[in-house]
Design a protein around this ligand. Structure first.
Ligand code: LLP
Length: 411
């Protein structure tokens, strides 16, 4: 469910015409709907019935600080994977006690920053990482809170690149090795095991996969408990899929109810780390058709602005900002970058031509955050719509931004 709709043949974000946004801020631009973000965040936060819950939005999906502020105001915490994301979450005013630090390769500096800020937990993905964190905490004479991310061996999701819960994936600690790490934590002066976590992948549309992971977590929880550790939370990660084409998706309350059924009678808090299911439908990218050439519409947006089609062969619907009654034709919507892989959509029926505006849908997650300056193209602007108002939340980059960090050593 989102708030992008046609009004008299023009596409609106809430009560703002996308044409007006393009006129004021140019193209390509990412446009987000505040009402959609809030609706999705609340769909999660209102779903907890039996368990105390915390929704940690996965910052990697959409990390603009104005967006993080909107989600913080919906009582969300944050799932971060880098010092940069910690910085952003803190700038947005996040409560450190609602920040979870995930990721397989945390540096010493990132660990020290997390300990210093007093975050809720480091989600640990290997023995070496646990030892490093213990050393960093000991040097700081502080206790680091940790959750072990175990790998439940569940194969879920649609794309090879975003599956994370299989034994062969680089993520998490095997079920067998988790026990050894728990024992180490129990004896450590500088580590406190506060939770258990897993994350099986992204764009998952089968509830059974989440259920399988939850059963594995429950089993693991009982084993950990038998060793004498008392945990504060069980974190089930993110992964809920969204509709890009015609996928039938699971609603946040179905997911939370499923977890609550599996964990019935447990006193731990339940944490989830959704990214895509909160922000994907809340964003579109508007772009202008520069040229029509045979079956191609060449737009001013390219793979550097939206990488998902090129990287994952992902499908995004393309809508005309202004509808008309002309006969549609099948087009490939492509960008100006010098690669055949530079496309935004293939074989879409459109009645658009040069100068027309298009909206690429469902790009609020893993859209702007994965953009780059490839071909020395300045990054797009980001705009947040709130009812009948819109604000620029990230300026369009200009040429000076492209070269700002470059030095020219004297020879
Ligand atoms: N928690 C952890 C530990 C994760 O690694 C991820 C995503 C999430 C939560 C959030 O998952 P979500 O609810 O968004 O599925 N760039 C890819 C997606 C990569 C997902 C990486 N991890 C894409 O565009 O499809």
């Amino acid at each position: 469910m989102d708030y992008f709709n046609y009004k008299q043949d023009v596409l609106f974000a809430e009560e703002v015409s996308l044409k007006d946004i393009a006129d004021e801020h140019g193209t390509p631009s990412y446009v987000y709907s505040r009402a959609t973000l809030e609706r999705h965040a609340k769909a999660y936060t209102n779903s907890f019935k039996a368990m105390d819950g915390l929704v940690c939005f996965s910052v990697k999906a959409l990390s603009n600080i104005s967006i993080l502020k909107v989600l913080k105001d919906c009582n969300c915490g944050f799932d971060i994977v880098s010092g940069g994301e910690l910085h952003r979450a803190l700038l947005a005013g996040a409560d450190p006690q609602k920040i979870i630090f995930s990721g397989v390769g945390k540096s010493e500096a990132e660990m020290a920053a997390g300990i210093e800020q007093g975050i809720l937990s480091f989600n640990i993905e290997s023995e070496s990482e646990l030892m490093r964190l213990e050393r960093v905490a000991a040097e700081m004479k502080k206790i680091a809170p940790i959750a072990i991310r175990f790998n439940p061996g569940v194969d879920a999701g649609v794309h090879e690149f975003t599956k994370t819960g299989r034994k062969s994936d680089k993520f998490g600690v095997s079920i067998e090795d988790t026990i050894g790490l728990v024992k180490h934590c129990i004896e450590s002066k500088y580590l406190s095991m506060v939770g258990l976590t897993c994350h099986i992948g992204s764009q998952i549309t089968e509830l059974e996969k989440f259920e399988q992971a939850a059963h594995q977590s429950l089993k693991m929880l009982c084993e950990v408990e038998a060793l004498g550790a008392t945990l504060n939370f069980i974190d089930m990660g993110g992964g809920l899929g969204v509709t890009y084409m015609d996928e039938k998706t699971i609603q946040p309350d179905e997911l939370i109810q499923c977890y609550e059924r599996v964990f019935q009678g447990r006193s731990e808090r339940l944490i989830v780390e959704p990214g895509r299911s909160i922000s994907a439908n809340a964003g579109v990218m508007i772009t202008k058709v520069e040229y029509e050439k045979e079956k191609f519409l060449i737009t001013d947006a390219a793979m550097n602005d939206l990488l998902r089609p090129a990287l994952y062969q992902a499908h995004h619907d393309v809508w005309q900002v202004r509808k008309n009654n002309l006969e549609p034709k099948n087009y490939n919507v492509v960008g100006p970058i010098c690669e055949t892989g530079d496309f935004l959509a293939k074989n879409v029926a459109l009645s658009a031509g040069e100068g027309d505006l298009l909206a690429i849908k469902t790009v609020g997650a893993y859209g702007f955050v994965m953009s780059s300056n490839y071909n020395s193209r300045p990054r797009a602007a980001e705009i947040l719509v709130d009812k009948d108002q819109f604000s620029l939340i990230r300026k369009r980059e200009d040429f000076s931004d492209l070269t700002a960090l470059e030095e020219q050593p004297n020879d």
